[in-house]
Design a protein around this ligand. Structure first.
Ligand code: NAD
Length: 446
């Protein structure tokens, strides 16, 4: 398959697509590598993960350039993401010997628990954060002694292929990390069905997630699903409106809106609505859209022509604001603000592009009702200077990752994942290890 640079539409690489047979070979390799990998001492496993983290750092600029050319991300974003990948492997190197079992008081003996690895795990990754999301799964999977078959997205496999090479270079034994490039409907589907794959760690759309869950039922595979979102950025009239407005564009136009955590519904208390809108338009005008290789660029193109067409279908008529974007080659789409009701399609469905719906609300109850009026529950933000209200609303919103007076969702040390149809299971932090291990309970009669 030919890969193109989304900013120029120029070909950048041609990769062979694996089929079912190659997938089966990779699973068999991972299965064969499991016993020896499991026997590696905790200290040595930690050392190998730390070496991988160091290699990611040492090859950071190359990895960032690959990601920028393949995904169209601004180079400064790619550098930040690569730095996070290294931190993820450092974190899980440290976690190897800190995820332990318990001893439990019982009658007649001693009861203890062990965290056993699952065996071979299949990791399926989307195109919006190819390297980051690969590492969020690889780190805890390897720390927990599993061997893996990693399938990157069709459009963006290059950084995962390079990461696989670095894993080998780090000394992680052959067969422990297998990267298989191919179609979701073939390689992904085969991993879901394969009887020797114990778990699927999936990130992608809710639609495909649903079919992964269905397919996993046949072999009672474990699944972790990180799916879509339609997150709310809730701005109360008592917030620091300047700060909230300055931050809001980056929370939805970052990664050109192709972010599962995009705060694509901006809910604004009616009494502050007009003032906030003025500030928001001004801030959105300031987003620097253009060549992803340029140091100062803040937003690049969309991933593909197909994605651009889908995003465009959400904007009918004249929007409240439309920014500038390069014309000519590349899958460009400008930052776009539309006024909407929460029932409009643009407020209900995941756009996955730089389009934000601005929606007024009456009071705190109304804000909570609107924030929760979606089948998704991934992320969101609450802006208010009233601390009690901030916590009240945070507890009332059905979402897995919220921030108060900030728009960030992802940290190496903290659990990340969704409520409702945004999926289940948690990545990152110590919580992710639970998804890559099985609890075994052993009773010893004394
Ligand atoms: P997608 O669901 O189309 O594809 C995701 C992955 O699944 C790809 O590797 C694809 O090849 C594979 N796949 C496709 N069909 C399959 C099948 N039948 N069986 C097994 N695997 C299959 O998603 P996408 O378009 O690559 O990514 C965008 C979506 O991902 C958005 O909905 C976004 O919200 C979501 N996402 C979620 C998170 C999160 O952590 N919650 C993070 C990033 C992206």
């Amino acid at each position: 398959m030919q890969l193109v640079n989304p900013a120029t539409e120029e070909p950048i690489a041609e990769l062979e697509q694996a089929g079912v047979e190659e997938t089966d070979v990779a699973v068999a390799r991972a299965k064969a590598a499991f016993p020896a990998w499991r026997a590696v001492t905790p200290a040595d496993r930690a050392r190998l993960l730390r070496r991988l983290a160091t290699l990611v750092e040492e090859n950071g600029e190359e990895l960032a350039r690959i990601e920028t050319r393949n995904v169209g991300k601004p180079i400064s974003d790619s550098r930040g993401e690569v730095a996070m990948v290294a931190d993820v492997f450092h974190f899980y190197a440290g976690a190897v010997d800190k995820h332990h079992g318990e001893t439990i008081p019982v009658a007649g003996g001693v009861d203890m628990t062990f965290r056993e690895p699952l065996g071979v795990v299949g990791l399926i990754v989307p195109w919006n954060f190819p390297l980051n999301i690969s590492s969020w799964k690889l780190g805890p999977a390897l720390a927990s002694c599993n061997t893996v078959v990693l399938k990157p997205a069709e459009l963006t496999p290059l950084s995962a292929v390079r990461l696989g090479e670095l894993a080998l270079e780090a000394g992680i034994p052959e067969g422990v990390v297998n990267v298989v490039v191919g179609k979701g409907s073939i390689v992904g589907q085969r991993l879901v069905e394969h009887p020797d794959v114990a778990k699927i760690g999936f990130t992608g759309s809710t639609e495909v997630g649903r079919s992964v869950m269905e397919g996993a039922a046949a072999t009672i595979k474990r699944v972790t699903l990180e799916l879509g979102g339609k997150s709310a950025n809730v701005i109360f009239a008592d917030a620091d409106l300047e700060a909230a407005a300055a931050a809001a564009p980056y929370a939805v136009f970052g990664n050109a809106g192709q972010d599962c955590c995009a705060r694509s519904r901006i809910l604004v208390e009616r009494s502050a609505y007009d003032r906030f809108l003025e500030l928001l338009v001004e801030a959105t005008r300031g987003v620097k859209v253009g060549d992803p290789e340029a140091e100062s660029t803040e937003m690049g193109p969309l991933i593909s022509a197909e994605q651009r067409e889908k995003v465009a279908s959400f904007v009918d008529g004249e929007p409240l604001f439309r920014g500038d974007a390069p014309d000519g080659r590349g899958f460009w789409f400008p930052c776009t603000l539309v006024e909407a009701s929460n029932d409009d399609r643009v407020a209900r469905e995941e756009v996955f592009g730089p389009v934000a719906a601005v929606i007024p609300f009456a009071d705190e109850d109304d804000a909570i009702r609107l924030a929760n009026a979606t089948p998704y529950g991934l992320s969101g933000s609450i802006w208010t200077e009233n601390g009690a209200r901030a916590l009240r609303v945070a507890r009332a919103i059905d979402a897995g990752v919220l921030s108060l007076n900030a728009n960030t969702s992802v940290r190496v040390q903290t659990p990340f994942g969704g409520f409702k149809q945004s999926g289940f299971g948690r990545e990152l932090g110590m919580h992710a290890l639970a998804g890559y291990s099985e609890i075994k309970n052993v009773f010893v009669a004394t």
